[in-house]
Structures are given as structure tokens and as C-alpha cells.
Design a binder for this molecule. Structure first.
Ligand SMILES: Cc1ncc(COP(=O)(O)O)c(C=O)c1O
Length: 410
């Protein structure tokens, strides 16, 4: 005989942490969109273009590693990452301004796990953590899950307004434990932290002895302008700089392979933390990335992506100029996936519903701010949609904005 349990009648023995688990509107939009059956132009998710994922090559590599490694490819692997991937990644990083050494490297399950490990190792309940406004909500959600008190710092066309930090810290009455920053082609604003601000940020972190969580999934995707030295490079191995990286945006998010570059003392503790979390990063994914790197495919692949995303950004901006130049303003990212649209007088959470019904999806601004601000802004991902579809999507967006504007006027 089976016992019927009814949801809602049992009082569950929750942890106090439970209420701080707020999830992510961005990730929830994947499920929401999957449930829709009508035609929708999807500017919401920060996914690479389907055609930007080298599916045939990755499947061929997958077949080859299965043939070579047999059942070993489905075994547990070293927590810090498989040696083949570690070696291949160190060699690749040698060709960038982020050359590092074995003791500083930790392979993670995507960038999100890097953020989680930063929170786990550095944030106690009640600690002050500074984030950009707007910011990548999942990063804030991670810090909140460790009990952080979040303070927002504004951003402008040069990224986080670092000059405001001392005043914010003074007002908060205590120094931060961590500053969470996305320095290149920021998610969601698309802006890039200037060199002067990078230097100043490192100086302030040293003064306050606080960790900089340097989250840079898009840095390899610069398609315009001159590269800037990374915080990792400027910090020259400073233990206060915790650099979170991922293959999700430059290769494929489903692989769930990323890495952290941090002080060896931190790496040691991250290994312990990951052993109590997921033991090791998905091994087939690690071996596929390792083979992709040692096969020398990444540089040409990145060149292809940069060309593709430059074209797509410009196509989106042309459409915005055509349809919305009198109603909205937008940022001009020099790389990455996103631009940020501000539509004065329009509540973009309401616009989301109208847009979704009308066949276009985006992320409303409020979902990308710790304080629930930016009610008249929204994030558009230009990377995953081809120009012809982008034209359809921006036309639909303009129609939805017009419908709401009429509603507001009457
Ligand atoms: C700024 C930022 N950090 C971290 C991540 C998460 O990366 P991953 O999918 O590798 O966990 C993303 C993905 O959207 C991101 O935009």
C-alpha cells in the first residue's frame, strides 16, 4: 500500500538560508519561453548563437575521446580539473594577458560555480558586498545566498563608477568584503570598465582588504576598439583578485566548463569546497574542451564569433535607429552579447507581457538590479539572433512600445 502525501500540509524543517534563495529571472525565462508555442524572437537569454556552436566538430571530438578513453571518460575526475584540460588551458592562457600557473588554476562547473565558490569562501551573513547597478542577477543571487548585504554602485559608459565607492562605503559605515564586477561588455549594460577605473578599483580593494570578484565571461569576445588589460593582468597575481571565467559564451554553455584563477591558498580551499559540492566538473565536457584547445581551434573560432557578433550588434542598432530613435536610447557595446535599452516613460515589466504576447522576448530592467531599479530599461541579447530575425523582433518591440505609449497617453 502506498501512502498519499499532500504538498502544503507538512511543515518542512527549512534552513534559515532558504529565504535568501531568490533564484534568477533570467534562468526562469528559459522555462517560460520553452512553454510558449507561438513565434517569439528571443532576445532574452544570454546564449551563444546556435550557429556559433561548432556542433559537428564537438561531436567528432566527443566520439574520438570516447573511443580513446573508453569508460574512463565517464569516471570521476580530479576535483581541480582533468590534467589534459588544465595543461591545454594554461597553454591557451599563455597567448593572452592572463597567463597563469598550475597552482592558481581551478576548473569549475561553468562561471556560476566560480561565483558560488567566491561567495562560499569570502562572504559571511551580514557582510557588505558591492555590485554594479544594473548587474547580472545570478551573481547577486549567489552573494545573497551566503547572507550578503548588497550595496549597488551606479554604472555609466565606462562601467562601474568606481569614484563613488568611497562615498558608498562611508555611508554604509563599513568596508566591503567583496566587490562583484563584470569588467568587459558587462551583462546587462554592455559597457566596459575603463583603465583608470580598473586601476582605482584595485587600489581601493587593497585599501579595504576586500576581494574583487572579477567575472569576465565575455572578455575574449571584443569585436571593436582596443583591448584593455584585465584586472587579473593589472593585479599581477594579487590574492585579492578572484577571476571567474567560463567556456559558456565562447564555446557552449551546456558543456558547463569554466575556471577560476586565484591565489593558491584559495584554490586549495576551493578544492575542499567543491569536494563537498559536486566532486568534479563533468568529465566528458572537460575532455571535449581540452581536445578543442589542443587541436588549436579556439583562435579561429573566436575570430568567427567576433565577426558574427559585430554584424549582429550593428544590425540590431540599425533596427533600433530605424524604429525607436525618438523613443529610446541604447548602449554601444564593443563586444559580448548585450545592449541596454532605456525607454523613458515605459514600464518594461509591463512591456515584457505585451512583447511576449506580440512575439518578442527580453529581460526587463528591474530583474537586473539588486534594488529593483531600472523600471524603464531592458536587456537585449543581440548575439543569438540573425539580422533578418532581429529586424522582425525590433519591429515587434517597437509595436509593443507604441501600444503601451498609446495606453499611457489615453
Ligand atoms: C556575467 C556572467 N557571469 C557568469 C555567467 C554564468 O556563466 P556559466 O553559464 O558558465 O555558469 C554568465 C552567464 O550568463 C554571465 O553573463
Amino acid at each position: 500500500m502506498t501512502t498519499a502525501y499532500t504538498t502544503g500540509t507538512t511543515t518542512l524543517p527549512w534552513s534559515t538560508r532558504r529565504d535568501a534563495l531568490i533564484g534568477s529571472v533570467i534562468d526562469s525565462s528559459t522555462s517560460l519561453l520553452a512553454r510558449q508555442s507561438h513565434d517569439i524572437v528571443r532576445f532574452a537569454m544570454g546564449s551563444p548563437a546556435a550557429e556559433a556552436i561548432p556542433v559537428d566538430l564537438l561531436s567528432e571530438i566527443n566520439g574520438r575521446i570516447s573511443a580513446t578513453h573508453g569508460a574512463d571518460v565517464l569516471d570521476y575526475a580530479a576535483t581541480e580539473g582533468h590534467p589534459l584540460l588544465r595543461t591545454a588551458l594554461l597553454e591557451f592562457l599563455d597567448t593572452t594577458d592572463e597567463a597563469t600557473v598550475d597552482e592558481r588554476l581551478m576548473i569549475t562547473s561553468g562561471g556560476m560555480q566560480g561565483l558560488d565558490l567566491a561567495g562560499k569562501l569570502f562572504v559571511d551573513p551580514g557582510d557588505l558586498v558591492i555590485v554594479e547597478a544594473p548587474t547580472y542577477t545570478n551573481g547577486t543571487a549567489t552573494m545573497l545566498s551566503y547572507g550578503a548585504d548588497i550595496e549597488e554602485v551606479p554604472t555609466d559608459q565606462d562601467g562601474m563608477v568606481v569614484e563613488l565607492l568611497p562615498e558608498i562605503v562611508k555611508r554604509a559605515g563599513r568596508t566591503p568584503k567583496a566587490i562583484y564586477v563584470i569588467p568587459n561588455f558587462q551583462n546587462p549594460s554592455g559597457t566596459t570598465l575603463s583603465l583608470a577605473r580598473r586601476t582605482q578599483l584595485i587600489e581601493l580593494a587593497r585599501q579595504w582588504n576586500c576581494i574583487i570578484i572579477d567575472d569576465d565571461p565575455y572578455g575574449l569576445l571584443r569585436f571593436e576598439g582596443q583591448p584593455l588589460p584585465s584586472l587579473r593582468a593589472l593585479g599581477e597575481g594579487d590574492p585579492l583578485i578572484f577571476s571567474v571565467r567560463t567556456f559558456s559564451k565562447v564555446l557552449a554553455p551546456g558543456l558547463r566548463v569554466g575556471w577560476v584563477d586565484a591565489d593558491p591558498r584559495i584554490v586549495e580551499k576551493m578544492i575542499a569546497a567543491k569536494q563537498a559540492m559536486d566532486t568534479c566538473t563533468n568529465l566528458p565536457g572537460q575532455l571535449v574542451v581540452a581536445d578543442f584547445l589542443t587541436g588549436g581551434h579556439l583562435p579561429a573560432h573566436l575570430d568567427r564569433l567576433r565577426d558574427l557578433y559585430r554584424t549582429r550588434k550593428r544590425a540590431m542598432q540599425d533596427q533600433l535607429t530605424h524604429h525607436l530613435s525618438d523613443k529610446a536610447t541604447w548602449t554601444d557595446p564593443a563586444g559580448g552579447f548585450f545592449l541596454w535599452l532605456t525607454v523613458p516613460g515605459i514600464d518594461t515589466s509591463t512591456l515584457f507581457e505585451t512583447g511576449l504576447a506580440g512575439g518578442v522576448a527580453f529581460i526587463p530592467g528591474r530583474a537586473l538590479s539588486a534594488g529593483g531599479n531600472f523600471g524603464d530599461a531592458l536587456r537585449l541579447c543581440f548575439a543569438s539572433t540573425a539580422p533578418e530575425r532581429t529586424a522582425v523582433g525590433i519591429q515587434r518591440l517597437a509595436t509593443s512600445i507604441e501600444a503601451l505609449s498609446v495606453g499611457t497617453r489615453t
